[in-house]
Design a protein around this ligand. Sequence first.
Ligand code: SF4
Length: 167
Amino acid sequence: MKTTGCCGTNSTAGTNDGYEVVRIEKAKNSCQLCEEYAERQKAKPVAVICCEGACLRGEVARQAANILCHSFAPEKTVRICLGGAFTKDTGQRALVRNAPRVVALEGCHVNCASRMMAGVIEGLAPEVIVADRLYEFDRKLFGIEEMPPEQIQVHARTVAEKIAETL
Ligand code: SF4
């Protein structure tokens, strides 16, 4: 069945009660470095997933997640590899499944990271933070090339600071 999305695009995927069913090929390869990282990080109380979008909003969220996890709160937070956690049921997904608290940093209100992970971890209820509501900018901008890198970093830092205050 063909459906029409909000942007006028067509999809051939079936929809049932507001869900889209996705078929993902199981991973044939694994990354030993990633699995060792997951093992080392598993005692941390907050798992941080991020949408990692390629637009300006996603880039601010991505950088904010990195600043939060690697500079502001490295002892409390573990930075999740969203693709690894979503596409294979190994260490990264276990970090999200087992964390006492999961923070989902979303570039915008489409909420890709939290919707993706809720699709592979039943009952997952992350705290969703829509990053573009936490900083002031010209909301007509879309691409990362439309804002100087230094300004993107400032916004990312602002977002990371606001989340760090809640940890
Ligand atoms: S949440 Fe928004 S910015 Fe992030 S990947 Fe989805 S559409 Fe892109």
